[in-house]
Design a protein around this ligand. Structure first.
Ligand code: EPU
Length: 340
């Protein structure tokens, strides 16, 4: 295909194994890399004409492919970053690697994202699940996103408020956000360094109360690497489930039986968040294996592909895990990972 945009190639029968961090095989009927946002209208017209469903792929690091995909997979490969020295605003294209972007911001003296170092995936996927770690969530820095609205066939800019951010959640995960493809993100970062060491485990791991940006960045990387497997070596998608939010009353009851169960405050009154990893660990899930699908040795919330696991193997293991938590604690775990 060749319109006003750059030349566009559509491939048939493509194995998505290199494009998902679990490293499972799933065949996409059709596949295209988008290197110019102007290719999106063309691709959606093509999919519409051929009655193909469309799947948008970033780094594939929050995705479990259980089946082959019968439609068109569009991989967002848009790159480029612009830094505004005076205002601290940064515009970044959706296909940039998140960690490389965080590193570039820090090196250029644009601060705030250091706590989000080493999160796998692309910039465009970051707002979808409002990535967060070590006391920081993306929404704190996001000013706007540019999207292609495939339903209306137009490009639009959405403000932070439009994005309906919540814990690991946004407009883009809901019905109202279907058909919106993030092409670019604008962040308001700080030209002044002010470390965020509110997260206890981060404070504990730092040798100083006033770390430099590089020290904070390195410490976050070290904590993550010690607990979370590198997807390049061992297929995984980070935390598989969200941390569940339960009522204070339910928490009090659980404490009678499980006095060590940790909890974290949430904004809503009368509710608390509890770590899914703790619940799973208490049930002995850490290190357990079902064929080539396994639970990580160091973290009960992380499923891994030890080599030849299929999406279905991992899915069945995840189901077993959530059923056991429901049976023992009466808590329904919700996947954080998108299951297709
Ligand atoms: N814990 C266990 N067993 C384990 C692992 C953890 O009992 O195997 C306990 C820990 O002792 C701690 C609690 O569970 O009391 C929480 O563990 P951790 O600090 O590792 O954080 P988490 O709640 O499991 C969340 C995010 C991570 C993020 C970290 C740090 C979710 C679902 N996960 O993990 O995000 O990096 O906090 O902020 O919110 C991701 O989203 O993919 C992700 C890795």
């Amino acid at each position: 295909m060749c319109g006003g945009a750059k030349y566009l190639e559509i491939q048939q029968e493509v194995d998505l194994k290199p494009y998902n961090s679990f490293g499972v095989s799933a065949i996409a009927a059709e596949f295209a890399d988008v290197t110019d946002a102007a290719q999106l209208p063309e691709l959606f017209a093509y999919a519409g004409h051929n009655h193909l469903p469309v799947l948008i792929l970033g780094g594939g690091s929050n995705l479990l492919l259980v089946n082959d995909y019968p439609g068109l997979v569009i991989r967002i490969a848009l790159t480029g970053m612009e830094f505004d020295e005076g205002s601290g605003k940064v515009q970044v294209k959706a296909g940039e690697n998140w960690h490389a972007f965080v590193s570039e911001c820090m090196n250029k003296g644009f601060h705030g994202l250091e706590n989000l170092a080493l999160i796998p995936g692309t910039v465009g996927a970051a707002p979808v699940q409002n990535i967060g770690a070590y006391g920081v969530e993306l929404e704190q820095f996001l000013e706007s996103v540019q999207v292609y609205d495939s339903g209306q066939d137009e490009f639009r800019v959405l403000s932070r408020d439009d994005c309906d951010f919540a814990y690991r959640d946004s407009l883009f995960k809901h019905e109202a956000g279907q058909g919106l493809i993030i092409t670019e993100v604008t962040l308001q970062l700080s030209r002044q360094w002010q470390p965020n060491t509110s997260y206890q485990a981060l404070q504990d791991a730092l040798d100083t109360a006033e770390p430099t940006p590089q020290q904070l960045f390195d410490t976050v990387c070290a904590i993550r690497s010690s607990k979370l497997p590198d997807p390049a070596r061992l297929g995984n998608a980070g935390s598989f489930f969200k941390n569940p939010v339960i009522s204070n009353d339910k928490y009090k009851k659980l404490l009678e039986e499980f006095p060590d169960l940790p909890s974290y405050p949430v904004a809503e009154e009368g509710l608390l968040k509890v770590p899914a990893a703790w619940l799973l660990d208490a049930l002995g899930w850490k290190g357990r294996q079902r064929g080539a699908a396994a639970v990580h040795e160091q973290h009960a919330l992380v499923l891994v592909n030890t080599g030849s696991a299929s999406g279905e193997d991992l899915y069945l293991l995840a189901q077993e895990m959530s059923t056991s938590v429901l049976t023992r604690f009466g808590i329904a775990l919700q996947p954080e990972v998108r299951i297709l």
